[in-house]
Every structure is written in C-alpha cells, then in structure tokens.
Write a protein that binds this ligand. Structure first.
Ligand SMILES: [Zn+2]
Length: 394
C-alpha cells in the first residue's frame, strides 16, 4: 500500500499495485488500465480509483483491471527513481529481466507489472484492451497516442480527441508498444497537464467511454463524457503523424521557450528552445507536440502533422491487400525471419524507398547500423481476428 498525492486536488489516496479488479457476472472482454507508469502523473491513478469504486459488478460484462505503475516514484511524486519505467519494455530487456541485478528501483516495478500482465493474458478471456493513462508537463488538449495498427486506429477513432500515431518509431521501449507487438489493442491517453484538475476529470470521462465502447460497462452519462472530451479537445479529432523529435543527448542543456502548448501551430524558423545555450529554430512547419517543461525526460519536443484522409484510406487498402509482399521482390529487402513481421532493409541497395512508403503499409523503422534498417509491421502482428466480432470493429 502506498500514498499518492494529487497536487490538483490537494489530497492523498492509498493504493496497491492492483487498484481494483472487477470480475463481472457475465462474460466479456478484459480491460486493463494503467495509471502512474510515470510517478509524477498521478491523475490516472486518482481517476481509476474514483471510477472503479463506483462500478456495480453485477452490470459488468467481462473483467476490469486498474493497475498502478511506478509505486516508488508515485509515492515520491517523481517521474522515476533510477530509470524511466516507460522505456524498459523491449523484448531483449524482458528476456533478461529475471537475471537483471536489482540496481534500479524500476527493475522490481517492471518484474511485478510483467508478472501481472502475463497472468492476465493467461487467465482472462479476450478480446483484450490495454489503456495507459498519462499526463504531460506542458499544457495540452487531451489526445491519444497509438502504434500504427488498423485495430488501434479503428478503436481510437471512437473517442472525440486527436490521435497521434508513429511515436513508437521515436521512443524506445514504452509499455504499450510492447503490448501492441503482442498484437492487442493498446492506447495511450494523455489527459492534460500533470497538476491540472481537468486531467483527472478527462481521465474519468475516457475510462467510462472506453468501458462503454467495448460494452464492458454502460454508464448513464456517456453523452456528457463525450461532450466533455470534445470540448476539452476543442473539436479536434484528426489523426496526426510524428515527423520530428528533438532528442536531448546526455550532457546537453535544453530549455523550452515558455508558453508552448501541444497542438499549437509552429512555422519553420520559429525559435522553440535554447539548446546548449543556442537558439533552436524549428526545421519544420506543423504542430508542436509534447514540449518538455520538466527536468527529467530525453524528448525535447515533437513536431506532428495532420494525415490527410486520402492517405489514411490508401494505407488501409494497401494493408488489406498485403501490398508489403511486393517489398521482398525488391533488391536489398528481406524478411528477418519466418514470421514475416520484420523486414531488413539494406539502405545501400534500397535507397529509393522512403520512410513514408513503409509507414503507409504499417511499418515502423529502427536504424540497425549505418546501412541497415529493421522495420517491423504492426499489421502482421495484430490479432485482428480477436476483435472482428466486437461492436466497434464492424
Ligand atoms: Zn507519462
């Protein structure tokens, strides 16, 4: 049991690793909510505690879990103690987890959460939904982040807030990318600024809507929640794609110009930050996204752009017909293994293929070395069959 404090509400609550598990009297999906993977983001924990305690178990179809993230850091109100718990979820790291010496406070947290996760997938029934609740250091409209798989796109379109995809190409090891690589629907929801009261109320609305869309639990106030999020998002509900990240390297100093908020328009040439005491100008026109206004964190800011509906449709179609089969006919491109989810691209040979083409087909890339890209496909991993009978999927 730990104490978590909310600066917004000026109150504390006591929570355990599992805030609450509600097993319904009827069968249905399993919904797993995480709050406080970052310890200075208590809004999700407060919202989960508030919503789950009011739910009448006899009206639940399926199972609901509310899980706390970084207990130690939550108690101290810090993003993390030794290592960012939302950057540790790679397959390599997980394979070594039992052998990792516990020099990090976060190692034990990860072991605990990993065990719960495995247990849920083993003992509960699908379809599974994973939702991770976060807040940001800057002011922001509420928004969803997803890994770019069609099941994620489709489910997240139900919520009246903007959606940002492609962030997984820039972040290494977020929890949800891991869950998504297992093939399940997984959404990140950023509800507002860390210490803003609205971040809690937006989370409450979001949790209720998610339970409603999956038919796990029906609240009577769904219309109210929809309107609330719509208003908070200022009517914006487009899909955006990350086109740039300003990464902060070890030892560098970074100071964001004051006053930027997520989704604000920026023009090429606008001064965005002081980087190593020099003015850093935007190389792109677009919208600024998640500017960093706290000490901890390696991502200075992102630039995002709206994806035009034509390209959304085109990419959907190309994925349905599995056009990526054509890639391996091209020189320099091979499947990494028999599962056909990962391509290796020799850049010296396949120079002509640009990232946007891979993106259209659901691939996200990682540079392996100077001449090779490793690109993995979300579509081929997605367990879309698991969701095909769900009301929102049809
Ligand atoms: Zn966070």
């Amino acid at each position: 049991m730990i104490e978590v404090y909310s600066k917004a509400l000026q109150e504390s609550i006591s929570v355990e690793r599992i805030i609450k598990k509600i097993k319904g009297t009827q069968e249905g999906p399993t919904m797993v909510f995480f709050g406080g993977i970052h310890g200075n983001e208590s809004a999700g924990v407060f919202a989960l505690e508030k919503v789950l305690k009011t739910i009448d178990q006899t009206n639940v179809k399926g199972t609901i879990y509310g899980i706390t993230g970084n207990l130690n850091a939550l108690e101290q109100g810090k993003r993390y103690i030794d290592a960012d718990l939302n950057r540790l979820w790679t397959f390599d790291q997980l394979a070594m987890l039992d052998m990792t010496p516990k020099k990090h406070s976060e190692t034990q947290e990860q072991i605990d959460i990993y065990n719960i996760l495995k247990d849920i997938l083993k003992t509960e029934k699908g379809p599974f939904y994973f939702i991770d609740l976060h807040t940001t250091s800057s002011k922001t409209l509420p928004f969803i982040t997803i890994n770019d798989a069609l099941i994620n796109r489709k489910f997240s379109k139900l919520f009246p807030v903007p959606i940002v995809l492609g962030i997984e190409e820039y972040l290494h090891g977020p929890l949800l990318s891991y869950v998504n690589e297992l093939g399940y629907v997984s959404l990140g929801f950023e509800s507002g600024q860390h210490n803003d009261k609205k971040s809690i109320t937006n989370n409450i609305a979001f949790i209720n809507l998610a339970l409603h869309f999956t038919s796990v639990y029906q609240s009577e106030e769904i219309e109210k929640y929809k309107k609330q999020l719509q208003k908070a998002a200022e009517g914006l509900s487009d899909m955006f794609e990350v086109i740039h990240l300003h990464r902060i390297l070890n030892g560098d100093t970074f100071e964001m110009q004051l006053g930027y908020k997520s989704f604000e328009d920026v023009k090429r040439g606008n001064v965005l930050a002081l980087y190593n005491n020099e003015e850093l100008k935007s190389r792109y026109s677009g919208k600024i996204f998640m500017p960093l206004y706290q000490e901890k964190g390696k991502e200075g800011f992102f630039i995002i752009r709206r994806i035009r509906p034509f390209f959304l449709k085109l990419s959907e179609w190309l994925r349905y017909i599995r056009a990526d089969k054509l890639f391996v006919l091209m020189p320099g491109i091979t499947w990494e293994n028999k599962r056909k989810e990962v391509l290796r691209v020799n850049l010296l040979v396949a120079k002509f293929l640009a990232k946007p083409i891979f993106h259209l087909l659901g691939y996200r890339s990682r540079q392996l070395d100077a001449s090779h890209l490793r690109i993995s496909n979300r579509e081929r991993a997605a367990k879309f069959k698991m969701y095909k009978n769900e009301a929102w999927y049809k």
